[in-house]
Design a protein around this ligand. Structure first.
Ligand SMILES: [Zn+2]
Ligand SMILES: [Zn+2]
Length: 399
C-alpha cells in the first residue's frame, strides 16, 4: 500500500511539472511594448517658387569634435527628423574643446602615461585634426540611413569677435588645407578650392553689426558670398540691407551646439535657410546661393528680399473671390494656406494669423477716391525686408 501511494505521488508530481512547463513555454522571453512604428520626420511643405524647389538647409552645425554635444551621425539623423534637405557640419577649425576633453580622459592610457598634447592653432601654429574624417562620419550615416539629403563639406573659422569674427567655409574639397594664420589668406585658399565663405553672427559679442577694418578688407576683395541674417533666434536687421546692396546671399542657421529638439519644444521649426534650386545637388545649391535665391526662417519669421517673400506668399496662398456685395461695395476673398509656415496679416489694428493648411475669409471694400474695388492686399507682419520693415503684398487671384 505504501509503495502504491509513493508511486501515485511521483506520478502526480510528474504531471504537475509537465503542466508548469507547458504554461511557462507560452510566455515569451522578450515582449515588445511598441504598438505602432512611428516615422519621425517633420515634413516642411513649401510650394515651388518661381519654378524652383524649396530646399531647407542649415549651414552651421557643431559636433562633439569641436564644442558641440552630438556626434556627426547624430546631427544627420536629427536634421532628417527636423525636415531638412541640406546640412553642413562646420566644426571650429582653430579650437576643439571636445578633443581637449577626450585627451584628458585617455591620458592614463597613452604609451608613456603622460597626457597627450592638445594642439590648436595657437599652441601649434597649425591644425592637428582630420576635418575630412568628421565630414565622412556624417556621410557614412547618410549612406547607412538612405536619407535623400545633401551634405556640404565645411568648417568654421573663428578669431577675435571684436576685430575678425567668425566665418564658415562651405563647399570645400579638403578642409585640412585651408588654414592660415592670416584669415584673409585662408579665405583665398577656400576660394581656390571652389568653396565660399559666409560671415557668421555679425553682431555676436559686439554692440554693432557694422563692419570692422578686417571685414572691409575681405568684403572689399569679394571674398564673402553670404551673411547670416539670423543665427538661432538672433536676427540682425541691418544685414538685410547689406546683403541687398552688396549682392550677398542671406543665411539663417542654427549654429547648434546642444540639441535641436529645443525648437520643437517651443512648438517651432529650427532656424533655416530656404534655398530655391532646380534640384538637390551640390552644383544646383551652390548656384542658388551665388545667385542669392535664399530666404531665412527664424522663430516663425521669414526674412529676405521683398520679391522672394512675395513669391513665397503667393505660392503658399490660394486666393479667390467668393462673394461680391454690390450694395455694400465689398468683395469677400478666401485665402487658403498650403504651406507649413504661418502668415501674420495686419488689417487695421488687428493681426490675423493664417496658420498652415487653414483658410480665412477677408472682405475688401472700395477706394474712396476712385470708387474701384481694392485688390486683396495684406501687410505681412512676420516677414522682414530691408530697413527693419514688413512688406505689403498683393495676393494673386485664382492661380
Ligand atoms: Zn561662431
Ligand atoms: Zn558656430
Amino acid at each position: 500500500m505504501k509503495k502504491n501511494l509513493l508511486l501515485l505521488s511521483v506520478l502526480l508530481l510528474g504531471v504537475s511539472v509537465v503542466c508548469a512547463q507547458s504554461a511557462t513555454s507560452k510566455i515569451p522571453h522578450t515582449h515588445s511594448t511598441r504598438k505602432v512604428a512611428v516615422s519621425k520626420r517633420t515634413e516642411i511643405i513649401v510650394p515651388q517658387v518661381n519654378g524652383y524647389n524649396c530646399y531647407k538647409g542649415d549651414f552651421h552645425i557643431h559636433t562633439t569634435y569641436s564644442d558641440g554635444r552630438v556626434n556627426p551621425a547624430g546631427r544627420v539623423i536629427e536634421a532628417w527628423e527636423d525636415g531638412l534637405d541640406i546640412i553642413a557640419i562646420t566644426d571650429h577649425y582653430e579650437s576643439r574643446s571636445g578633443e581637449k576633453r577626450f585627451l584628458k580622459v585617455i591620458a592614463p592610457y597613452s604609451s608613456d602615461g603622460k597626457p597627450m598634447e592638445y594642439q590648436n592653432a595657437k599652441t601649434a601654429g597649425a591644425i592637428k585634426a582630420d576635418f575630412n574624417a568628421i565630414h565622412q562620419e556624417a556621410v557614412d550615416q547618410l549612406n547607412k540611413s538612405g536619407y535623400p539629403m545633401l551634405l556640404i563639406k565645411g568648417c568654421e573659422m573663428a578669431r577675435n569677435a571684436k576685430t575678425h569674427g567668425h566665418f564658415n567655409a562651405l563647399f570645400l574639397k579638403n578642409i585640412n588645407t585651408v588654414y592660415n594664420a592670416d584669415m584673409k589668406v585662408a579665405f583665398e585658399k577656400v576660394r581656390e578650392q571652389g568653396g565660399i565663405v559666409i560671415h557668421n553672427h555679425p553682431a555676436w559679442r559686439r554692440k554693432t553689426s557694422d563692419k570692422t577694418e578686417f571685414h572691409e578688407s575681405v568684403y572689399g576683395a569679394n571674398l564673402i558670398s553670404g551673411v547670416e541674417v539670423a543665427n538661432g533666434y538672433s536676427f540682425y536687421p541691418h544685414i538685410v540691407r547689406r546683403c541687398i546692396d552688396e549682392k550677398l546671399a542671406m543665411f539663417g542657421n542654427t549654429d547648434v551646439h546642444g540639441f535641436t529638439s529645443g525648437y520643437a519644444a517651443n512648438g517651432d521649426l529650427r532656424t533655416m535657410t530656404l534655398v530655391f534650386a532646380k534640384n538637390l545637388t551640390e552644383k544646383a545649391v551652390k548656384e542658388a546661393i551665388l545667385k542669392r535665391r535664399t530666404l531665412v526662417y527664424s522663430g516663425g519669421d521669414l526674412i529676405g528680399e521683398e520679391s522672394w517673400l512675395k513669391g513665397l506668399l503667393n505660392a503658399s496662398i490660394d486666393c479667390r473671390m467668393v462673394k461680391e456685395d454690390a450694395k455694400k461695395g465689398v468683395r469677400t476673398y478666401q485665402l487658403t494656406n498650403h504651406s507649413s509656415f504661418s502668415y501674420h496679416f495686419r488689417r487695421g489694428k488687428t493681426t490675423y494669423e493664417l496658420q498652415p493648411f487653414k483658410t480665412v475669409l477677408f472682405t475688401f471694400g472700395k477706394n474712396k477716391k476712385t470708387g474701384e474695388y481694392l485688390p486683396p492686399r495684406v501687410r505681412v507682419e512676420n516677414m522682414w525686408i530691408a530697413d527693419y520693415k514688413h512688406p505689403t503684398i498683393e495676393l494673386e487671384l485664382d492661380k
